[in-house]
Design a protein around this ligand. Structure first.
Ligand code: ADP
Ligand code: MG
Length: 699
């Protein structure tokens, strides 16, 4: 099949709706989707029936309300279409009510105290702005999946999607006010757009199954570095191996079927690391799609006897994985509000939106940082890896120059395109981009969008985008009010831009974000540098944040608290799993293996000596191993003791802090150091688990 035929073939998209729905129904549904109005029950019945017929023709027997609880992954409960008839047979049925609303038992999903467990009622409601799709599994099941929002009996959001949709409304409304105030008469809707680039690792399935740390905690808790890492820079954009290419081809096809516009694929920096980037779409669709991307990557990898690792830091000593969240604002008449055009210094609308982002990111750097906080991401942010935990904006020299001039009240110079000449006549003369790139910045302006690079590879992008949309909405709201009240809009716009650059220009940093100098400089500028999840999450429940999310109807105070509690609890649980895993491996795998090797050496010493020969090599190894083993055993005891202490703490904040201080940043690391040192002394044939060299290079 041609790609154009494959694309969207498993999606109940606009084309299918047009073909299968009566004109009036189609129009009404389209209206609901575009205008965010409520769906009429009689329309829903017709849509449900058409959807069912389409799904059955494509082999579906079941449907599910597909939702995104606060676990960060998706959930589904399958119901078949069968409905009994009087003659003891069944017909395939699907009503409008079943399409619009579901009622899964909510008691086993985290609610962060929003509901007691005995209050089990939870509802799912169709989000018709994200199209229904068919999921196929290897067992031959095809299921109609209906993207839904998930909330409690009292209407509190129990999921990631509801607040995300609310935040899209907030930012849209405020952006539109600015456009109107600046004289725009054509735009009726603004939508936050997102293109998430997904990084991932692939390793041999057989190795994965031999490592319970990877299986249970998602990352390798032990492992001496391979003799070669990423220092030769030969993996990034390197030629893609056939085996990986076969995986990527399958992945593309599966994603295209789901209407996910997988566009770019390449090798990433670390060995065995790769990336896929889709074409951007609206925030909620991008979020749904990214969940499907992660799920599909894991599924397709298995077909190739590979395992896809989405953890932020599956391997120590080499790069971890992120999810660059490209974000912009688009209008229904085709404008990108962050497009500078050829003469940005004269583009008032662009400068206003750019300034709005500067103010927003400076004012709410803490909430933005919190939006990317997770257990896995602590190994990236603030741990000498990309990007740093300090939030700053990369703007590029040209725009920085324009903004600085505007702040001083000077006229910004013309920025006519210059052409790049590389000194080879046969190469085309390229227009030079407005700015160079900066890979070290956590929040980089990249031509006509911002790239938020802090987000972790395994995270749902719902949280960062919910935050981004809401914090931006607040600034746009303030600017809109000023513009609406001003007599001379242009003068007011200039004044706003000037003021913002003067007051918030400190957030702009075009230099090397990895350098120690920046850490010092950022401190001087008063920018926060929050190095771990437990501290970062506090920003969600600050007065400022609670008021902000409540004001824009994105999260009620209770909903904000519930998220904070859930994320903290999750942190504690994940570190506990890591500790339990490490203890298990050391006790049941590493120590027994090392003892076997030690015994072999001791036998050798005795036997060699019995022949009257010098056994100093064996003795030397034996001594080093015995010392390290003794040390490892003490550290194991320490880890067990510390984990127990953490388990006994009731207060969730104290518990999470204890896991951070007593386990994650201390006893777990210390135990690893000894085991990794022992790995370097032990005969490979005795080592009980696959090594870094095997996992990263045998592909
Ligand atoms: P880069 O080279 O800067 O990474 P790409 O063109 O490869 O730029 O885009 C990276 C990601 O950014 C892609 O997923 C792309 O779809 C997305 N993107 C491009 N334009 C926008 C936009 N206006 N809004 C959101 N995402 C965008
Ligand atoms: Mg990019």
């Amino acid at each position: 099949m041609e790609v154009t035929e494959i694309f969207g073939s498993n999606v109940f998209n606009d084309k299918v709706m047009k073909e299968r729905l009566p004109k009036e129904i189609y129009k009404s549904l389209k209206n609901t989707i575009l205008q965010d109005s409520t769906l009429k029950p009689e329309v829903a019945d017709v849509v449900a029936n058409a959807m069912k017929d389409w799904a059955i023709e494509k082999g579906a027997t079941h449907y599910t309300h597909w939702f995104q609880p606060l676990t960060g992954i998706t959930a589904e409960k399958h119901d078949s279409f069968i409905s009994p008839t009087e003659d003891g047979m069944v017909i395939m049925e699907f009503s409008g009510k079943q399409l619009i609303q579901g009622e899964p038992d909510a008691s086993s999903f985290p609610s962060g105290g929003l509901r007691a467990t005995f209050e089990a009622r939870g509802y799912t409601a169709w989000d018709c702005t994200s199209p229904a799709f068919l999921k196929e599994d290897a067992a031959g099941n095809t299921t109609l999946c209906i993207p839904t929002a998930f909330y409690s009996y009292n209407g509190e959001a129990l999921d990631k999607k509801t607040p995300l949709l609310r935040s899209m409304n907030a930012v849209s409304k405020q952006a539109l006010r600015i456009l109107k105030a600046l004289g725009n008469k054509t735009t009726t809707k603004v939508t936050a757009t997102v293109g998430p680039e997904q990084e991932y690792f692939l390793i041999e399935k057989e190795f994965y199954l031999d490592r319970i740390d990877l299986m249970l905690s998602g990352r390798s808790l032990f492992g001496a570095p391979a003799p070669k890492g990423q220092e030769l820079e030969d993996q990034y954009f390197g030629a893609i191996k056939d085996r990986i290419s076969a995986f990527m081809k399958d992945l593309d096809i599966e994603l295209w079927k789901l209407g996910i516009s997988s566009k770019t694929k390449h090798n990433e920096v670390a060995p065995a690391q790769f990336e896929m980037a889709p074409i951007f779409s609206t925030t909620n669709i991008a979020t749904d799609h990214n969940q499907l991307v992660m799920e599909t990557m894991e599924k397709v990898a298995l077909r190739h006897d590979l395992v896809c690792l989405l953890h932020e830091k599956p391997f120590g000593g080499i790069n971890g994985s992120g999810k660059h969240n490209n974000w912009s604002l688009g209008t229904d008449d085709g404008q990108n509000l962050l497009e500078p055009g050829n003469t940005p210094e004269k583009n008032e609308q662009f400068l206003i939106f750019l300034a709005a982002l500067i103010k927003t990111v400076d004012k709410h750097a803490d909430i933005l940082r919190a939006s990317a906080a997770s257990t896995g991401n602590d190994h990236r942010l603030g741990a000498n890896e990309a990007p740093p935990a300090i939030i700053s904006i990369f703007m590029g020299n040209q725009l920085t120059d324009i903004l600085e001039k505007l702040a001083k009240g000077e006229k910004a110079s013309s920025t006519e395109k210059t052409y790049l000449n590389v000194g080879v006549d046969t190469l085309p003369a390229f227009p030079k981009d407005n700015s160079d790139r900066n890979r070290t910045s956590p929040f980089a302006f990249t031509g006509n969008k911002f790239e938020f690079r802090m987000v972790g590879s395994s995270a749902s992008i719902a949280r960062p985008n919910m935050v981004l949309n809401t914090i931006v909405a607040e600034t746009l709201d303030e600017i809109a009010t000023r513009l609406e009240n001003a007599k001379d809009k242009n003068a007011e716009a200039t004044a706003i831009i000037k003021e913002i650059v003067q007051q918030h220009g400190r957030i702009i940093f075009n230099g090397n974000g990895y350098s120690q100098d920046w850490v010092k400089e950022a401190e001087k500028r008063g920018l926060p540098n929050v190095k771990n999840t437990v501290d970062a999450l506090k920003a969600f429940v600050s007065d400022k944040a609670i008021k902000l999310f409540a004001k824009y109807n994105v999260l009620t105070e209770e909903e904000s608290h519930s998220r904070y509690d859930i994320y903290l609890e999750r942190y504690a649980k994940q570190i506990n799993i890591e500790a339990m895993c490490a203890i298990d491996m050391v006790k049941k795998q590493y120590i027994p293996a090392i003892i076997r090797f030690e015994t072999m050496l001791a036998d050798s010493v005795a036997k060699v000596k019995a022949c009257g020969i010098n056994a100093s090599v064996q003795e030397e190894f034996l001594k080093k191993i015995a010392e390290l083993l003794d040390s490892a055993n003490k550290k194991l005891a320490k880890l067990e003791e510390n984990a127990k202490k953490c388990q006994e703490i009731d207060d969730m904040v104290k518990k999470a802090e204890a896991y951070r201080d007593l386990v994650a940043s201390s006893s777990l690391k210390e135990l690893r150091a000894d085991i990794d040192a022992l790995e370097n002394l032990t005969d490979k044939n005795y080592w009980p688990v696959p090594t870094y060299a095997e996992m990263l290079f045998k592909l």
